[in-house]
Design a protein around this ligand. Structure first.
Ligand SMILES: [Zn+2]
Length: 392
């Protein structure tokens, strides 16, 4: 018998009752066997009856399955092993799903998302990355544009043409090796804040404050690669959904909720990621830097400098008893800066520093670096409506 003896942990929802059950799934000769841990549910779904929330790919993480044999019932299988084991047995899941995804993303996506919202609220079940994965690109862009728009108030983007050309060149160099087909766009915002963050829809915001503090093009490349790492792992999408809640996210997707939209930029700027997410973004950054032949030591140096600045802040805190309002302003700035949203640690800096070296060339030539540093010499409104319209 060719059955796969391995069984995989999964969560089963019958679509009627609130609770999701722990279960085991096993791939047998002609179908998926599902047995709940409490023994109450035992099902077999023939491979040809299976539907997946998104096409199975070699790098798939998590899969959400349903069957035409059992309407309303879903099985969520976390991890990377199961999708790989399933793909050869149910090859239709690698293409078919792709077709319907392109067919009517708004209608199907909204239905799936609404269904998941109910599931999450009733069962406390939060496979957030799966949901983020479900979002069609057009929604992610919408979410990202809304976030940028909500930050636009009183702020400008830096557009000095020579600097912008240098930035494009660096962005392309890193973006082209992502292997995910994501075409990242970087926006430099004329903002004294010291930060960079990934925005849904493959956009990255970097502030003037960060550019001023950067010592070399390799440092900027390292930060961009780290943010692209967050983008590749869909951390901003996941983070926003976590922050505003699933129902608000659905509302947002459906085109409403001005209040949430207005706060989205702040939410995004404040998103703190877990240590595991930071590690994932660092790992991704190391891959991008290696593949594009840019030394990873820029990122390590950058982290080390941020860490020494943080030390300075800590000392300031002990010394400031007067000047309350100044202190408050500093606090506010700090809740939004790099120290709080991507807290660098000695361990992270060291891990990057110690990673294997490889042949590299500077991220930008000396001339392009000078141009990039001066990118904020010319500014324009953050989201020029006319230009936006023209693009569509
Ligand atoms: Zn980060």
């Amino acid at each position: 018998m060719h059955s796969d003896a391995a069984s995989h942990y999964a969560r089963l929802s019958d679509g009627k009752s609130a609770a999701a059950r722990d279960c085991r799934v096993r791939l047998d000769l002609s179908g998926l066997e599902i047995v709940s841990d409490d023994g109450a549910v035992r099902m077999r779904w023939p491979y040809e009856s299976l539907r997946a929330n998104e096409p199975l790919r070699p790098q798939s993480i998590d899969v959400l399955l349903s069957s035409t044999d059992a309407p309303g019932v879903t099985v969520f299988v976390p991890g990377t092993q199961f999708p790989n084991a399933l793909a050869p047995r149910a090859p239709q899941l690698t293409r078919h799903a792709e077709r319907w995804r392109h067919a009517k993303p708004w209608v199907i996506g909204a239905a799936v998302l609404a269904g998941l919202a109910v599931l999450i609220h009733t069962a406390g079940w939060t496979p957030l990355r799966t949901i983020a994965n479900l979002l069609p690109q057009s929604w992610r862009e919408r979410l990202g544009d809304a976030a940028i728009e909500s930050m636009a108030e009183n702020r400008q983007r830096c557009v000095n043409p020579v600097g912008a050309a240098a930035l494009d060149q660096l962005t392309q160099r890193l973006s082209s090796v992502s292997g995910t087909g994501q075409d990242f766009k970087v926006l430099i915002v004329d903002w004294d804040l010291f930060n960079a963050f990934a925005v849904p829809g493959n956009k990255i915001i970097m502030t003037k404050g960060l550019i001023e503090k950067a010592d070399s093009p390799d440092e900027v490349a390292g930060v961009l690669a780290h943010e692209m790492g967050h983008g590749i792992a869909l951390h901003p999408e996941t983070g926003i959904i976590r922050a505003i809640g699933m129902s608000a996210a659905v509302e947002l997707m459906m085109g409403g909720s001005g209040g949430t939209l207005a706060n989205l930029g702040l939410i995004l700027a404040q998103l703190g990621y877990t240590r595991a997410a930071e590690r994932e973004a660092d790992d991704q950054a190391l891959v991008l830097l290696r593949k594009s032949g840019i030394s990873q030591q820029g990122l390590a140096n950058f982290f080390r400098r941020v860490l020494s600045e943080e030390g300075k802040y800590a000392n300031d805190d002990q010394n400031t008893n007067g000047g309350k309002s100044q202190e408050k302003d500093d606090r506010l700035a700090r809740t939004l800066d790099m120290f709080s949203t991507h807290p660098p640690t000695e361990e992270r800096a060291e891990r990057i520093r110690m990673s294997a070296s490889y042949p590299s060339t500077p991220a930008l030539s000396a001339e392009d670096w000078r141009a990039f540093k001066a990118i904020c010499a010319t500014t324009a409104p953050l989201t020029p409506p006319a230009e936006d319209e023209a693009k569509r």
